[in-house]
Design a binder for this molecule. Structure first.
Ligand SMILES: [Zn+2]
Length: 263
C-alpha cells in the first residue's frame, strides 16, 4: 500500500482514497453517520439491510469538505433523530426541501435519496441552513432549522464577499486562505463540540406546503419497493431471501414462465 493512500474505514467494501482528499479529523468514525435503505435494483424491492453513510462518503460525493456540508450533516442528523430515531433512513420514501446551495443540496440528496429530476428534491432558499422532509408512505412531515447566530456573522459576510467582485484579486488570493482557516476553526471548535440537537432544532409539522417541483418524472427504481421477497425461489444474487424452496423443478418452472415473456 502506498503511503499516500489511507485505507477505507471498512476496507472490504469501500475503495481506498488519497490521504489528502479528506483530513484525518474529518475521517473520524465518531462523527455523525447515517444508516440508509435502498431498493435492490432498478426494478427491485426494498433491501432491508441498512448501509452506513459517513462524512467521508459525503465529502467524496460532494467533491470537497466545507462548512455547509458539515452543518447539513448536523442538521439532518437532528432531523432524522426526531423523525426515525434508531430506524434507518429509507431513501426510496422521502421528499426533501433545501436551499439551492451546492453543499446543502448535495447532502440533502445523498442522505434522503430525493432528486430534483424526480420532483422529490424541492428548493426553498428561505430555509437557509435547514431542511423540510416528507415521508411519502405516511405523509408525515418535519423540519429542522439552524439556530440564529450559531454560525458567525463575520464568516457569513466573508462567504458572500468572496463571491463578489468588490474584493481585488490580489486580496482574494490571501483572503481565501484566511477564510478557509476561519471556517475550519469554527467547525472544530463550535460544531464538533456540540451535539446535533444543541443548535439544530427539529420538529414535526402538522402541515407542509411543498414548493413546486422543477421537474417531475417517474422514479422507476422505487416502484416495486414494497413487493415481498419470493416465496419459493432462491437466487444467488439475492442473499436476503431466507428459507426458500429451491428444488430444480421449481426453478425450472419459473425459468419457463420467464422465457414466455412478460405478457
Ligand atoms: Zn461544499
Amino acid at each position: 500500500m502506498r503511503n499516500d493512500i489511507v485505507p477505507a474505514l471498512d476496507s472490504t467494501s469501500a475503495p481506498d482514497v488519497p490521504a489528502w482528499s479528506i483530513a484525518n479529523w474529518l475521517d473520524d468514525p465518531t462523527l455523525p453517520s447515517f444508516e440508509v435503505l435502498d431498493t435492490r435494483s432498478a426494478q427491485g424491492r426494498l433491501d432491508v439491510r441498512a448501509k452506513t453513510v459517513t462524512v467521508r462518503d459525503l465529502v467524496l460525493a460532494h467533491g470537497h469538505a466545507c462548512d455547509g456540508l458539515l452543518r447539513g450533516v448536523w442538521a439532518l442528523r437532528a432531523l432524522f433523530d426526531l423523525a426515525f430515531a434508531d430506524a434507518p433512513i429509507d431513501r426510496s420514501d422521502l421528499i426533501v426541501v433545501s436551499k439551492n446551495s451546492p453543499c446543502l443540496g448535495d447532502v440533502a440528496a445523498y442522505l434522503t435519496g430525493a432528486r430534483v429530476r424526480f420532483g422529490t428534491h424541492r428548493l426553498d432558499n428561505s430555509l437557509g441552513v435547514g431542511f423540510q422532509l416528507k415521508q411519502l408512505s405516511t405523509a408525515r412531515t418535519w423540519e429542522v432549522r439552524e439556530e440564529d447566530g450559531f454560525f458567525p456573522d463575520v464568516i457569513v459576510a466573508w462567504e458572500a464577499a468572496l463571491l463578489d467582485e468588490v474584493i481585488s484579486e490580489s486580496d482574494k488570493r490571501e483572503l481565501l486562505a484566511v477564510h478557509e482557516a476561519a471556517q475550519w476553526d469554527w467547525v472544530r471548535e463550535q460544531l464538533f463540540t456540540s451535539a446535533p440537537r444543541d443548535h439544530y432544532r427539529a420538529r414535526e409539522l402538522t402541515h407542509l406546503d411543498l414548493p413546486a417541483p422543477l421537474i417531475e418524472a417517474r422514479r422507476s427504481d422505487t416502484v416495486n419497493r414494497l413487493v415481498p421477497a419470493p416465496a419459493t425461489l432462491t437466487g444467488p444474487d439475492d442473499p436476503t431471501v431466507r428459507n426458500p424452496v429451491a428444488d430444480e423443478l421449481t426453478l425450472a418452472s419459473w425459468r419457463d414462465r420467464y422465457e414466455q415473456g412478460p405478457t
